[in-house]
Design a protein around this ligand. Structure first.
Ligand code: SF4
Ligand code: SF4
Ligand code: FES
Length: 364
């Protein structure tokens, strides 16, 4: 047994007061969970301490919470590990022992203490993506029979337990609460990738055409870190983007063209020449440069405020790099090496995407 202090963010709406912090001393074996610690405090110190839980075995998805700022499951996080993490964060500052900080999930309204409203931000969005199969034709007399291999691609998204930890950690959702979000998009891929579904293209048009859809994700990796079941929602979003790109679907966020611009510029220059990025994203190639469409001009002008904000905030750190022709060349034969990587990837049908790549010999 060891002693721990858990510091819980509490909110009791019936009191009429705002949220506050409260510390509880608990003694547990380090291999037991943070949820066990919360339940011990509830049992010994304050029965009104509220937490949602059921299985205590990372199966039901009820106990999503933030532990030391990281979204996850209370029942899957060992209290000893949480203490180590808290100590790491406190290093260099605090003299007293670090406390394990426990908060309700983010991006969701808090109902009471650690219980959040999953309906408004999670379940509504899950329903948004039509989370059921849409097969065409006569239903078979018994079950639909498919090749087991054809389901491998979606097994990762099928592992979701709807805990909401990814939603809690999503930085895009923080900026745009209307973003469909990592859990719902992972669920969408579960059906887009299902060979029995007959409305894949319609689904892709819907998800790419929504300004809060698949191109609203900023690749921040937070949902991958948060997910306790290895669903890697960001990877599923990248798969949706790949499929939408293959269908030639144009999106209002210009996301597909923006991705293509990155790929093209790096192939040409070896590293990202930011001075070309906007033009290549909205008006690609020489034709785009000489004769931009009205939509391209609108897109370019509309991006100027974002670019100014990027310069002001320091995100764009080198202003000279924004001047065409200033971008430095790679030394020696490095440029040829980059081109060779592209040629290899093309020959082996691999994608220029950090997270998804085809296997050599794949038909797809
Ligand atoms: S990778 Fe995308 S979906 Fe995942 S947390 Fe970041 S912004 Fe959200
Ligand atoms: S994708 Fe992972 S983190 Fe998100 S709801 Fe499903 S299991 Fe939880
Ligand atoms: S209590 Fe079921 S997942 Fe934690």
């Amino acid at each position: 047994m060891a002693d721990y202090t858990i510091k819980v963010r509490r909110f009791q709406p019936e009191s009429g007061e705002g949220a506050y912090w409260e510390e509880f001393k608990v003694d547990l074996d380090p291999s037991l969970s943070v949820l066990d610690g919360i339940l011990q405090a509830k049992d010994r110190d304050d029965g009104s301490l509220s937490v949602r839980c059921s299985c205590r075995a990372a199966i039901c998805g009820s106990c999503g919470m933030k532990i030391n700022g990281q979204s996850g499951l209370g029942c899957k996080t060992q209290v000893g590990e949480a203490q180590e993490m808290a100590n790491k964060f406190a290093q260099g500052g605090a003299e007293e022992a670090a406390h394990i900080v426990i908060e309700p999930m983010g991006n969701m309204p808090v109902i009471k203490d650690l219980i959040t409203d999953m309906e408004s931000t999670h379940w509504t969005k899950i329903r948004r993506v039509t989370p059921w199969l849409l097969p065409h034709g006569e239903a078979p007399e018994r079950e639909y029979v498919v090749e087991p291999e054809s389901m491998i691609d979606i097994t990762q998204s099928m592992a979701c337990i709807q805990c909401g930890a990814c939603v809690s950690s999503c930085l895009s959702m923080e900026a745009d609460p209307d973003f469909i979000g990592p859990a719902a998009l992972a669920k969408a891929y579960r059906f887009v990738g299902d060979p029995r579904d007959a409305e894949t293209v319609e689904r892709l048009h819907d998800l790419a055409g929504d300004p809060h859809g698949i191109y609203d994700c900023t690749h921040c990796f937070s949902c991958i870190d948060a997910c306790p079941k290895g669903v890697a929602p960001m990877d599923q979003i990248m798969r949706l983007r790949r499929r939408a790109g293959e269908e030639g679907i144009h999106d209002p966020n210009n996301g597909h063209n923006h991705e293509a611009a990155f790929v093209k510029i790096i192939e040409k220059k070896g590293t990202l020449d930011e001075s070309l990025l906007l033009q290549e994203s909205f008006a690609p190639g020489v034709k785009g440069k000489l004769k931009p469409t009205r939509g391209a001009i609108k897109g370019l002008l509309g991006s100027i405020p974002t670019a100014i904000r990027g310069i002001r905030s320091g995100k764009m750190r080198s202003i000279p790099k924004l001047i065409p022709g200033v971008h430095p060349k790679l030394p020696g034969g490095a440029q040829d090496e980059v081109k060779a990587i592209y040629a290899h990837a093309e020959a082996h049908r691999e994608e220029f995407n950090l997270y998804i790549k085809g296997e050599e010999g794949d038909d797809e």
